[in-house]
Ligand binder design. Structure first.
Ligand code: NIG
Ligand code: FE
Length: 405
């Protein structure tokens, strides 16, 4: 067998859709790696296991999952919105605070004042916390700079933070997050700046692989988002959208029509939106941390999404305004308790479906021969335990690109 290392005697939660068992379980099987790739997945009685000469890790019957992917974060921010949370606890709403120039704009002021080095320093512990729970790939958005200098600064900081922690990154340009104060009353002019300068520059410098928008009554209209998407596609970047979070502007249909990677939030998604996602194969990204923290009442239509076969991912949405929780396990727990996902769906939502949401379904997200050897060793009796409990470290090993960390 042409392999460099073996992990034997494990319960493999493969999430391979062709394995007809809950969690894609291969009970007692082994993983062989070659370089950064899964070279073989072998049953316990495979003769190759006995003749192998290289390093062997005995997993003692414990569980292995694919590496976790947090497919929606805003983890590069500066300042603190904890005082704003106090206002919200006293009765102000997220939208009211945003209208008064707080919210995203307060983070914008702090981020513009910070250097790239300062951003790296404050973001590092956030990504380290995610990685400590098993995140091996993370999406990081800009969206608090909103200028031709501060958006690239954020994306450069995001790449540096990921390199420092040893986690793969999918950087996303979210310049269309909110209209900055310099463009108050001139949203279309700001969209022109995004389309004509920020997107071309991000593509040219390879600072982003996707472009996101906030399609919402307090942010950008569907027509403005569509302009952003056209520019993104013209510059070879993928698209995605924050849609149907606070109201229904039919942003999901728009993203689906443009072949987007994902639509995120979705509390106000309707049946037409669900049908459009199913038809396009766009991933529905659920962000229950924001639903919880904003004390939302309307939850996304997960039953309809499931019935229509729309892939559902789960992410932290880690940000200082609506979801300050650096725990993908907490997000999974909330997805089950608030949104009715099964633990198996929640785990598929941070592995197989999260990989799809980042255009990496061919390379990450499942334990299958030929995929990247990113996997996690867990001290659990059953994978539901990973989702069930929060705050106790259950991870005993991480393998990233074939190397045990
Ligand atoms: O995903 N919805 C818009 N963007 C973020 C919130 C950003 C912020 O409030 O800082 C979100 O919830
Ligand atoms: Fe978000």
């Amino acid at each position: 067998m042409n392999a460099d290392a073996l992990w034997v005697n494990a319960k493999l939660a493969t999430f391979d859709p062709t394995v007809n068992a809950p969690y894609g379980l291969r009970d007692g099987w082994a993983i062989a790696t070659r370089g950064d790739t899964i070279a073989a997945i072998l049953p316990p009685d495979a003769p190759e296991l006995h003749s192998f000469q290289g390093p062997v890790t005995d997993c003692g019957g414990k569980w292995i999952t694919p590496g976790f992917i947090d497919c929606h974060t805003h983890l590069v921010w500066a300042g603190s919105r904890a005082p704003e949370w106090e206002l919200r606890l006293a009765g102000a709403t997220y939208a009211e605070i945003a209208k008064r120039g707080g919210g995203i704009l307060s983070t914008m002021r702090a981020l513009r004042a910070a250097s790239e080095d300062e951003l790296v320093a404050v973001a590092l512990p956030r990504l380290r916390a995610l990685a400590a729970e098993g995140v091996t790939c993370v999406e990081i958005k800009s969206g608090y700079g909103l200028t031709t200098a501060d958006e690239p600064k954020t994306l450069r900081a995001a790449k540096r933070v990921a390199a420092e922690v040893g986690v793969e990154v999918s950087p996303t340009l979210l310049a269309a997050h909110v209209v900055p104060p310099e463009f108050a009353g001139r949203a279309d002019d700001y969209v022109s700046l995004v389309c004509e300068e920020m997107i071309p520059a991000a593509a040219e410098e390879k600072l982003a692989e996707a472009v996101d928008v906030f399609c919402e009554s307090i942010a950008f209209s569907p027509a403005q988002c569509e302009r952003v998407f056209r520019s993104a596609k013209a510059h070879g970047l993928a698209i995605k959208g924050h849609v149907e979070q606070l109201t229904n502007l039919h942003g999901a249909e728009l993203v689906a029509r443009h072949g987007g990677w994902s639509v995120d939030h979705l509390e106000y998604l309707d049946d037409a939106g669900v049908a459009a996602l199913a038809k396009a194969g766009t991933v529905a990204v659920l962000l229950p941390g924001a639903f919880y923290f904003l004390r939302e009442k309307q939850r996304p239509p997960t039953e309809s999404l499931r019935a229509a076969g729309v892939p559902m991912a789960v992410a932290t949405d880690l940000n200082d305004g609506t979801s300050p929780f650096a725990s993908l396990r907490l997000a999974m727990n909330m997805a089950c308790v608030f949104y009715g996902l099964t633990p198996e769906e929640a785990l598929a939502g941070v592995t197989r479906n999260a990989a799809k949401a980042l255009g990496r379904g061919h390379r990450l997200g499942t334990l299958e021969v030929g995929k990247q050897a990113d996997f996690l060793l867990w001290d659990v009796m059953h994978p539901s335990q990973i989702v069930f409990q929060v705050g106790i470290n259950l991870l005993t090993g991480r393998v990233i690109r074939g190397v045990q960390k």
